[in-house]
Ligand binder design. Sequence first.
Ligand SMILES: [Zn+2]
Length: 112
Amino acid sequence: MDDERARELLEALRADALGRLTGVGDARQDVVDAARDANVDDEHDPEGATIAFERAQLDALGAAASRRLVEVDAALARVAAGTYGTCAVGGEPIDDARLEARPTATTCVEHS
Ligand SMILES: [Zn+2]
């Protein structure tokens, strides 16, 4: 896969992950605001447990988006270094079809 196509795919993933992070941040703020308005007790109020659960879910989504960003940045660094699309285990080129489907892949299908 040429660098231009790799960057294009990775930048799209990056924008998607950033969008998710922003969305999660906004949703989390809504949950926090709602909790404050309702003045619920996280530990003893059933409503509080729901809010804590929602918050935990949003945190998990945010963490996943952050991890994705780290993967994308690492892949972009490999493009810059000229090692993108090379299997980290065997050193052979990674199939274009695999990179299209999973642009942050660091190994070929066989070594995944
Ligand atoms: Zn391999």
